[in-house]
Design a protein around this ligand. Structure first.
Ligand SMILES: C[S@@+](CC[C@H](N)C(=O)[O-])C[C@H]1O[C@@H](n2cnc3c(N)ncnc32)[C@H](O)[C@@H]1O
Length: 241
């Protein structure tokens, strides 16, 4: 995605957060303007049209904001030829431990996308996983212990239909100082948002891939920290059709 278009899409996706307060607005612009995973989700064609997306640890709903804004720009004829078309008619549900952040997402997006966005407070390990075609867990899995991660992966696999997709971003615990740097920044970001500093349960990339593979997912891994010192990897895990 070229930088000019990325700015256009960021501006479009974050406009609605302005009314939720300056911190939320700036946070949304920072994430959607800088984080490599958002353009990659479009460039890799991760989501199918009409997918029912469940975003676990959804924060302020930025994933939905980004993809719904992309659809709007494409509908308005403002989509550049260098990109694959964005997914159409997605519907989003999300759960977030910090209920107030889920509410920010609702306040920003629901007026603009009625019936297509619903975020709520909840622990991803406890919430129902039903009526989904795609599950996203971006930078969240390491906040629950190994047994909880594995139980959640089992439930996600069981919930997804053939052709469904699980998308996650994880840190690669085998990546040495880059991984330690990622962890440090993760803790700082949690602090900036007023979150507590919980313990984390990380794994080497190979282990994440094995966990997904043994559940029958076809997994592709892409480095997802371009231009930074992080050790993050996007995993796209598809249920065979
Ligand atoms: C690094 S942020 C990522 C937010 C969002 N996925 C994004 O990419 O913008 C991690 C989020 O996970 C949430 N979280 C941590 N543990 C969780 C759990 N067990 N259930 C739901 N959300 C959780 C945190 O409150 C935080 O908002």
């Amino acid at each position: 995605m070229n930088p000019d278009f990325r700015r256009t899409l960021r501006d479009h996706a974050t406009r609605a957060y302005r009314q939720t307060g300056p911190f939320n607005y700036r946070w949304a612009r920072g994430k959607l303007g800088q984080d490599a995973i958002f353009p990659a989700l479009i460039e890799h064609g991760v989501f199918h049209d009409h997918a029912r997306v469940l975003d676990l640890g959804c924060g302020r709903g930025l994933l939905a904001a980004w993809l719904l804004a992309a659809e709007q720009l494409a509908e308005a004829g403002q989509w550049p030829g260098h990109l694959p078309p964005p997914p159409r008619k997605l519907r989003f549900r999300g759960f977030e431990l910090m209920g107030r952040e889920a509410e920010v997402g609702n306040r920003a997006l629901q007026p603009h996308f009625p019936g297509r966005v619903e975020f709520a407070g909840g622990d991803m390990c406890q919430v129902p996983l039903e009526d989904v075609d795609a599950v996203a867990i971006l930078d969240v899995l390491h906040y629950v212990d190994y047994a909880a991660q594995e139980a959640l992966l089992d439930r996600i696999r069981a919930a997804l239909p053939p052709g469904g997709v699980f998308i996650t971003r994880v840190g690669n615990a085998a990546a040495g100082w880059r991984f330690r740097f990622s962890q440090l920044v993760d803790r700082c970001m949690a602090g900036v948002q007023g979150h507590r500093h919980p313990p984390t349960w990380c794994r080497p990339l190979e282990d994440w891939q094995a966990q997904l593979g043994k559940r029958g997912f076809c997994v592709s891994a892409s480095p997802m920290s371009h231009g930074t010192l992080f050790a993050n990897v996007m995993l796209v895990a598809r249920v065979p059709a």
